[in-house]
Design a protein around this ligand. Structure first.
Ligand code: ADP
Length: 868
């Protein structure tokens, strides 16, 4: 006979899972390496188990407590196989489920949890996304790896299954791990095979389902979808039936947002990886987990469908205008059960009685919510009234009635009696009546005996060891009838049983057992009936989700005085715009933004910390919010929908986050230059800072020309290369704006106000002056600066054919200026060596990158040197 440990090791060998939990009686046990791992991850006690002369570490959890441990392990990225005993007679085990990050049904947070597959066919990529917790299923195909990575990242999948050809592409695999997911799993290659996957998809969704959502029957999308289905089936989570249909997902319907942009704009995670201070957290006033998921989906997958956006804006508008109805609706939604999750759990057979009762209560709210919308003219006339269209009201009511008829209001846990309502199941009612009758016989036994005998000091009771008994006070023991059999003698009393009592007791035990079994069976039948109607729960859940999300957007818009954006065909015009997150914490200075064909590229200048990045991000976020369907933080906004938002932020900012190198910066720039179109919004916060000044300016300059001339995207470009402001004179669509600062006092005050034109002076030199740098040095610095500015070093290549190129050369290292025209430059004033050294040193200081304290230290050094 094999030992338990051997059986464990053999099962482990047969599974791909990181960890195996094996049932041993009333416990799940982990052995050997697995025991050490779970003990350290989950703080479990390790004991030793000896087997065939060897000793193995062992750790265990009670059967009923496995779920929280599973959850913790899987959320930390481990996959866990669960092996159960085949039956109570056959204690050998088999693996019944493998829980992986992408198939964790037991999750308790509100977030969507996607399992994704990606398959490559030439330059096409097939993508499938399935959320086992809600039954959402999307399939699509996209062209090009960048797009594939961007779409994958957008769903933030918990686990990704790359197809065979994708696995061989090392850089794709690396990007997958870096930008998309922590868990990449490699199911067998055959599970991606074309024939097999097509068959699976057809079996699951029926003939023609893929064409209906615009996915080619023989393309890589089918392979991705089939591989996801196969994987879900293999893990044994049992939710396949909750994928009742494929939801259309066409990437072109959505605003392109790559991983960098999602990170830079801090949509769902800050640059430091927190949830606090994100756009989602700021905006989220939803009162249901379904609403929270939908809001996140809208923010990470903003729409380009003008009709859909109109619908959301109209609905939000109607709810903004009617605070009373909004409050009533939100109150009606508050605490609603997660119907989408419930649907998956009924299908998998894991929903318990109380979760079905909560589902029933939520279904019961639907008519009121619908009535609220329909009876309020402003809401009824808005597209809000269509939120319920896809819910079959009769089916929802029937499901609610079924649950009401079947389940008690406050049901017991599964396995106990007290779940099913009287009158629902004839057999159960019969057993209950029998049970009650027997119970009544016992309850009245004491009185009957007292009446029939001379016994008065007598009770009837029950305990674990003796079962039912009649207990008689010892003073009356001599009076007990002959047929009583003594079973135990105590100090003051004696316990007896009778034949009839024992017979009734057996009957009671039988009926109790039978009743509990019947109750469980009735509940399981009920759960199956509900599972067959999982789609009703999903549809109702999605309606609740939309209503909740729209009300949440309206709530935020009202509280923060946001306005409805006007969707137009041309331009980007924002009056008094604010940053949606920053405005929550500071007295925000609103700023306008205007971009159009003739003014499509704004060079943003201004001192450090004046508000350049805030300004640029706020405009990107306003575009994004408008296309999420939200109102926007501005006095007014009229915007042409964009097809993509692309951002990159300065190497230095990101360096702090430990991510950036110059190479990464250039890769990001390259992606933008490839992907952006005329209809995109591009936000560049410093380009070329990660390299030497000449290189940096050259790259920034060339990128500007390319974006302006070729891509023609609407662009905001913040730079500390003042030289770039000259481009406005040469490129027709380039304009300068600057963030104002007030330097009239003893200090520079940042006004955060954006005005047209370039920043007009170097705050660096000004700060040097304020810091007490000797005036010859400051004066000289200003002259060097003026010369540099007057003599542009680069040739401006314009899209205006009439204007002549300009050319000048400067040498930042020496401060010497050579002119193309051949004119002699002014002779350098004679300076002694120390002054020259100090000046060289001064020039080499990047004021924007030096803390005031370091600057002061430097100045003190210079003063010392000059004094010497
Ligand atoms: P820069 O990019 O120019 O270095 P930031 O955009 O990072 O500057 O802004 C610097 C600081 O100024 C931030 O702390 C931000 O909160 C604040 N700030 C920026 N813009 C505004 C504004 N319009 N109103 C109020 N505070 C602002």
């Amino acid at each position: 006979m094999t030992s338990i440990v051997e059986e464990f090791l053999a099962l482990k060998e047969s599974s791909d899972a990181d960890v195996l939990a094996m049932q041993v009686g009333d416990f799940y046990e982990f052995f050997a390496e697995d025991a050490r791992l779970v003990a350290s991850e989950l703080d479990l006690q390790v004991s030793e188990k000896s087997s065939h002369g060897s000793s193995y570490p062992m750790a265990g959890v009670p059967l009923a407590e496995l779920t929280p441990y599973l959850k913790m392990l899987v959320e930390r990225g481990y996959s866990v196989a669960v092996a159960d005993q085949r039956s109570s007679d056959d204690t050998t085990r088999e693996i019944v489920r493998t829980v992986t990050p992408g198939t964790l049904l037991e999750t308790t947070d509100a977030n969507a949890r996607y399992l994704a597959a990606v398959v490559r066919d030439g330059s096409s990529f097939g993508l499938a996304f399935a959320d086992v917790t809600t039954g959402q299923f999307h399939v699509t195909t996209v062209e090009g790896r960048e797009r594939a990575l961007a779409e994958l990242g957008r769903f933030d999948p918990a686990e990704v299954l790359p197809g065979p050809s994708v696995r061989e592409d090392e850089s794709f695999a690396r990007a997958l791990r870096e930008d998309v997911t922590e868990t990449v799993s490699l199911p067998e290659r055959e599970s991606f095979a074309a024939g097999r996957t097509r068959h699976r998809v057809r079996e699951q969704f029926g003939e023609g389902a893929l064409e209906a959502v615009g996915v080619d029957q023989s393309g890589p999308g089918v392979q991705a979808a089939g591989a996801v289905l196969a994987y879900v089936a293999d893990t044994g989570v049992g939710v396949l039936a909750s994928f009742s249909r494929i939801q259309p997902y066409r990437p072109d319907d959505h605003v392109a947002l790559d991983a960098t942009t999602r990170r830079n704009l801090e949509l769902t995670e800050t640059m430091h990886g927190d949830a606090d201070g994100t756009l989602l957290e700021t905006l989220d006033h939803t009162v249901t987990s379904m609403g929270a998921r939908t809001l996140e989906a809208w923010l990470t997958r903003p729409s380009r469908d003008a009709r859909e956006l109109e619908r959301r804006h109209e609905s939000v508008g109607a709810l903004v205008d009617d605070a009373l109805s909004r409050d009533a609706l939100r109150e009606g939604l508050d605490g609603a059960a997660d119907l989408e999750r419930l649907a998956s759990r009924t299908v998998s057979g894991s929903a318990d009685p109380s979760s079905l009762v909560r589902g029933r209560e939520t279904l019961a709210r639907l008519p009121d919510l619908r009535e609220r919308v329909e009876s309020t003219p402003a809401l009824a006339e808005s597209p809000l009234s269509r939120v319920f269209d896809r819910v079959d009201a009769d089916a929802a009511a029937a499901l609610r009635d079924l649950l009401t008829d079947a389940l008690r209001d406050d049901p017991s846990a599964l396995g106990e009696t007290g779940i099913i309502r009287d009158g629902y199941d004839e057999e159960l009612d019969r057993l209950a009546a029998e049970h009650d009758e027997l119970q009544a016989w016992f309850d009245s036994l004491a009185d009957r005996v007292k009446a029939e005998t001379e016994l008065t000091r007598l009770t009837v009771d029950r305990n674990r060891t003796d079962g039912y008994y009649i207990q008689v006070g010892n003073s009356q023991v001599d009076r007990v009838p002959d047929e009583y059999t003594e079973i135990k003698s105590l100090t003051n009393s004696t316990r007896f049983v009778t034949e009839e009592l024992e017979e009734k007791e057996r009957a009671l035990f039988d009926v109790e057992t039978e009743r509990a079994e019947r109750e469980r069976a009735a509940f399981e039948e009920l759960r199956e009936r509900v599972a067959e109607r999982a789609a009703v729960l999903q549809d109702a859940g999605r309606a609740v989700a939309e209503l909740d999300t729209l009300a949440s957007l309206a709530e935020h818009a009202t509280a923060n005085r946001w306005t409805r954006p006007d969707l137009v065909s041309e331009g980007f015009e924002v009056e008094a715009g604010r940053h949606p997150v920053v405005e929550q914490t500071v007295e925000f200075v609103p700023n306008d933004a205007a971009l159009c064909e003739d003014r499509r590229f704004l060079v943003v200048t201004g001192p450090n910390m004046s508000g350049k990045s805030t300004y640029m991000r706020q405009n990107a976020l306003i575009a994004l919010l408008a296309q999420a369907g939200s109102f926007v933080p501005a006095a007014s906004a009229s915007l042409a929908p964009v097809d993509g938002i692309y951002t990159r932020v300065g190497a230095l900012d990101e360096l702090a986050g430990g991510r950036s190198t110059f190479m990464v910066e250039m890769q990001e720039l390259s992606r933008i230059l490839h992907a952006a179109t005329e209809d995109s919004l591009v936000v560049l916060d410093e380009v070329g800072r990660g390299t030497a000044t000449y290189d940096g300016i050259s790259i920034a300059w060339a990128a500007t020309e390319y974006l302006h001339n070729e891509v023609r995207a609407k662009t905001l470009f913040a730079t500390h290369y003042h030289e770039l402001t000259a481009l406005a004179d040469h490129l027709s669509g380039v304009e300068n704006v600057h963030v104002q600062a007030d330097d009239s006092g003893d200090d520079v005050t940042f006004l955060h106000a954006v005005a047209d034109g370039a920043a007009d002076r170097s705050y660096g030199v000004h700060v040097a002056d304020l810091a007490g740098v000797p005036s010859p040095v400051v004066d000289r610095a200003e002259r060097v600066l003026d010369d540099l500015r007057a003599e542009h070093a680069v040739e401006a290549k314009s899209d205006r054919t009439e204007s002549e190129p300009v050319q000048a050369v400067f040498d930042l290292e020496s401060g010497d200026i050579e002119r193309e025209s051949g004119e002699e430059s002014e002779p350098e004033p004679e300076l002694d060596e120390t002054t020259r050294e100090v000046l060289d040193d001064l020039r080499s200081v990047d004021v924007n990158d030096t803390t005031p304290l370091d600057l002061l230290r430097k100045v003190a050094e210079w003063q010392d040197e000059l004094d010497d």
